[in-house]
Design a protein around this ligand. Sequence first.
Ligand SMILES: Cc1cc2nc3c(=O)[nH]c(=O)nc-3n(C[C@H](O)[C@H](O)[C@H](O)COP(=O)(O)OP(=O)(O)OC[C@H]3O[C@@H](n4cnc5c(N)ncnc54)[C@H](O)[C@@H]3O)c2cc1C
Length: 161
Amino acid sequence: MSESPRLSVGGEWFATHRPASGAVLESVVIGAGQAGLSAAYELKRRGKDFAVFDSNEGAGGAWQHRWDSLTMDDVHGVADLPGSQAPAVSSERSNQIIPAYFAEYEERYQLPVFRPVRVLSVESAEKNLLVLTSAGDVLTQTLVNATGTWDCPFIPRYPGA
Ligand SMILES: Cc1cc2nc3c(=O)[nH]c(=O)nc-3n(C[C@H](O)[C@H](O)[C@H](O)COP(=O)(O)OP(=O)(O)OC[C@H]3O[C@@H](n4cnc5c(N)ncnc54)[C@H](O)[C@@H]3O)c2cc1C
C-alpha cells in the first residue's frame, strides 16, 4: 500500500493539484461519512484518481457528534461499509465506536481523505468542475455530494416553542 495521502491540509498535495498546474481529478467526494466512504471505496477499487474532502476534524461523519448515552445497542443498526463489517451491538458509546470504525476503514483501504477541508462551492469550468475549498481549489471531472444532513439541520418552528 502507498503512504496515506492524509497530508497537512494546504500542503504539497493542494499545490500539485491546483487548477493552474493542469491537474484534473477523475472525481471528488464531499464528505467522509458512510455515504462518502462507500463512494470512495468504489472509486479506489476502480483505480480512479480522486480525493475526499471532509470538514470534520476527525473520522466518523455525523456519528462523532452523537450524544454520549447513545450506545451501540440503542442505535437503529449501522450499515456495513463495503468490504467490511460494522461493529457489533454492545453497550459502548456509538460516538466512539463508529468513528473508530471509520478511521480504521480509511487507513485499511488507504482512502485519500483530507480534513479538515470544507468545500465552499462548486462551479462549472468548461468540461470540468472547479471545487473551491478552505485548503485550495481543484478541478474534477465528476463529483459525489455526500454531505449528509447533520451540518445543515432543518429545525421546524412551532408557535410558542
Ligand atoms: C439523531 C440521529 C440519530 C441517527 N441514528 C441512526 C442510527 O441509529 N442508525 C443509522 O444507520 N443512521 C442513523 N442516523 C442517520 C445517520 O446520520 C446516517 O445514517 C449517516 O450519518 C449518514 O451518513 P452520510 O455519509 O450521508 O452523512 P454524514 O455522516 O452526516 O457525513 C457527512 C460528512 O460530510 C461532511 N461535510 C458536510 N458538508 C461539507 C462540506 N461543505 N465540505 C466538506 N465536508 C462536508 C460532514 O462534516 C460529515 O463528515 C441518525 C441521524 C440522526 C440525526
